[in-house]
Design a protein around this ligand. Structure first.
Ligand code: GLC
Length: 699
């Protein structure tokens, strides 16, 4: 077909299209130049034709050039609700919104009036009134934007790009295809699901120990302490300050002895300094991003003038990976990659010039920063993950990143950047984390308590009381703000935070199973309420109440008049996590069974030897549930070293029988002590503990 691209505002149909699978179509514009986009960072495997797009196919992108930009319009019609868009500020439902894909250091989400944040996910999910759903991927790393109205419109400053359209019966099916195309997350180490304490920065090392001790003394279940930039010697990456952190191995041993893991920050900017081995190596090998004239680009970050590794180059990624070897050998358990938009100080754009040059390699063409900017963090965390895995091949790597790109969930978890101690931003962290989950990133969460500004006792209590139901649970605050640990505001706030965190640890069997579901099916861990009933239009915009997995509805205490799914979602209150009037209200889905552990103080102590099965029968007197467990680290689970249980409950008259059966894995665990908590509108009725796998009780 002859196309008229470039002439006026006319749109043209795709030049070429094919199906990769049932319900997955790929559309190419005329003049598509694969070297400008491929290999794509988004996909695990390059897209391949499996046949023609059927004639009845509904959503067909139209291509055009307007104002010097390559434009793709996908007419979707009225009545569609939009979600996804990756990391975005604002509401859950994205109708009428514009998102700019240009990764940006965006304090308080204020840059460009909230249109740009730290990550780019050129992805939109649409849900129709009947619950059928579609997803659109713009396979494009170049600076671009999207708007969503009756049409979805992508506009790019780069060359014409292809578009992938997924058509399915439900949002969950769309997300499964998204995961099949862009990759499933790896199982995280169990410790990364525990409570984590951070601050910019805990130093010197004695202060870190004090924080660890305070967590234990105050009986705050916790797993991780975070080391922000001040552990480094003059902010030089892969170094330790000789005075403040003279013995990193000793510090990490101290933390490990108390069942803590240690996560340390690594930024991309390498201080320009002769004699500093990282800078010397990178300069000798010519590994830096270049400016337009071909000279290594220098930009300012924490250490002052810095060089920036050109992570588009495979040999640079490999080199960066090797730097982690000795570093991790000090006993570091996880890595925090920050400032990787990349953020640059003292320039108006807060990043490097668009005409900076990246060399590429491994099939990737060289190109300007305009093309590779959005993938800078992505390529960095890819290098980090590989390096960490090579350093510790028997451990599951844990990387947290601020910047990323669609597909980057394969390499790193994320947090939602520099928010503030502001109730509005606490509330916004719900739709932000949900939309990340609806964009293929199931493992994320905000700085609990807020990063900038001083937190208040009330805000910390409220935020922790809902934050414990997010996938990633970390309290973090900026330098020069008041202390924000759970005990920093007196005993009342401490008690509320402890209760909330206790609940997190008791729910770990359920939460871990949700990560297994994310790994298997690309299902988000935190889900929008409308997943409870995708046809119920009253749930579509709800973003105060949310779901943790499919079975637990969380309604923060401050949320008033939230939408509610129909059916008898009964409130659950775990015995030793009293209601203090601040805790979120939890409701269990009818027909579900939620596994709950005894309280532990950290995931090393955590076990499921004594297991409570919370059973909320449906109107037919039935319920089912699942519990997945494995060693919580390492890769034995890939060879069957895990146990996957199916739990069923069924009522016959007043007699209820509950069965726990291992239906997957070849881990032979000793019989558990189990009991059932029958969830009723008037509270939970517990059976006595029994050893075995069947419990009978009366309604
Ligand atoms: C950035 C990060 C923040 C960190 C700070 C210092 O602002 O987003 O989390 O504490 O840098 O490293």
């Amino acid at each position: 077909m002859a196309l008229t691209l470039g002439i006026g505002m006319g749109y043209a149909a795709a030049d070429r299209s094919y199906m990769t699978d049932k319900g997955v179509a790929v559309f190419y514009p005329s003049g598509y130049d694969a070297t400008q986009h491929e290999p794509s960072p988004i996909f695990v495997n390059e897209l391949k034709s499996a046949g023609d797009v059927p004639s009845e196919w509904n959503l067909s992108p139209e291509f055009s050039i307007s104002g010097g930009k390559n434009v793709v319009r996908i007419p979707v019609g009225k009545g569609v609700d939009f979600y996804g868009n990756g990391e975005v500020s604002g509401p859950l439902r994205r109708n009428g919104k514009e998102v700019r894909f240009w990764n940006t250091d965006a304090p308080k989400y204020e840059a460009d009036e909230g249109r740009r944040l730290y990550q780019s996910h050129p992805w939109v999910m649409g849900v129709r009134p009947d619950g059928t759903a579609f997803g659109i991927i713009a396979d494009n790393t170049w600076k671009s934007s999207v708007t969503m109205d009756d049409d979805i419109v992508f506009e790019s400053e780069g060359p014409a790009f292809r578009v992938i359209v997924i058509e399915k019966e439900s949002p969950a099916e769309v997300l499964k295809v998204l995961a099949d195309l862009t990759g499933h997350i790896e199982m995280p180490p169990l410790w990364a699901l525990g409570y984590q304490q951070c601050r910019w920065s805990y130093f010197p090392d004695s202060r870190v120990k004090e924080i660890a001790d305070s967590l234990r003394i105050n009986k705050i279940p916790s797993d991780v302490i975070w080391m922000d930039i001040d552990y480094m010697d003059n902010f030089k990456v892969f170094t330790f300050d000789k005075e403040k952190f003279p013995d990193p191995k000793g510090l990490n041993d101290y933390l490990h002895d108390r069942n803590f893991k240690a996560v340390y920050m690594i930024d991309p900017g390498v201080k320009v300094e002769e004699g500093y081995w990282v800078d010397d190596q990178g300069t000798a090998a010519d590994y830096w991003v270049k400016d337009a004239s071909g000279t290594p680009y220098v930009g300012e970050v924490w250490p002052g003038p810095c060089h920036f590794p050109d992570f588009t180059r495979p040999e640079v990624r490999e080199w960066w990976g090797t730097l982690y070897k000795d570093y991790m050998a000090t006993g570091i358990d996880g890595v925090w990659n920050d400032m990787n938009e990349p953020a640059i100080f003292n320039v108006e754009t807060s990043t490097m010039p668009e005409d900076n040059r990246h060399l590429g390699g491994g099939g990737l063409a060289s190109g300007p920063h305009l093309r590779y900017h959005n993938a800078y963090g992505y390529n960095m965390v890819k290098a980090s993950r590989d390096g960490i895995l090579a350093a510790n091949p028997d451990k599951r790597p844990f990387v947290l990143t601020r910047s990323n790109f669609l597909g980057g969930h394969r390499y790193a978890a994320t947090w939602t950047g520099d928010n503030a101690s502001d109730p509005a931003l606490m509330k916004m962290s719900i739709p932000m984390t949900i939309n990340l989950g609806l964009s293929g990133q199931p493992f994320s969460g905000p700085d609990i308590g807020g990063f900038f500004d001083d937190c208040t006792p009330k805000l910390l209590a409220q935020w922790t009381s809902m934050g414990v139901y997010f996938p990633f649970v970390r309290n973090h605050s900026a330098a020069d703000t008041r202390s924000q640990e759970p005990w920093a505001f007196g005993s009342e706030t401490l008690d509320v935070c402890r209760t909330a965190i206790n609940r997190r640890y008791r729910l770990l069997p359920y939460v871990y199973t949700l990560f297994r579901e994310a790994y298997e099916d690309g299902m988000p861990v935190m889900r929008p309420l409308f997943f409870a009933d995708v046809k119920d239009s009253s749930l579509r915009a709800e973003h105060e109440a949310f779901l943790l997995g499919g079975d637990l509805m969380v309604i923060p205490r401050w949320a008033e008049n939230t939408a509610r799914p129909s059916g008898e979602w009964n409130r659950i209150l775990l015995e030793d996590t009293p209601d203090d009037g601040v805790q979120a209200n939890l409701y269990q889905r009818p027909g579900s069974i939620i596994p709950v552990a005894e309280l532990s103080q950290n995931t090393a102590e955590y076990n499921t030897d004594k297991l409570t099965l919370l059973v909320n029968l449906d109107t037919e007197g039935k319920a089912t549930g699942r519990m997945y467990e494995d060693a919580g680290d390492g890769f034995g689970f890939r060879d069957g070293q895990y146990a996957d249980y199916t739990v069923t409950a069924s009522a016959d008259g007043n007699d209820v029988t509950i069965r726990l059966s291992q239906t997957g894995g070849n881990w032979n665990k000793p019989p558990k002590s189990i009991r059932v908590g029958l969830v009723t509108p008037n509270g939970i009725k517990y059976t006595p503990w029994t050893k075995g796998d069947v419990v009978s009780c009366k309604l």
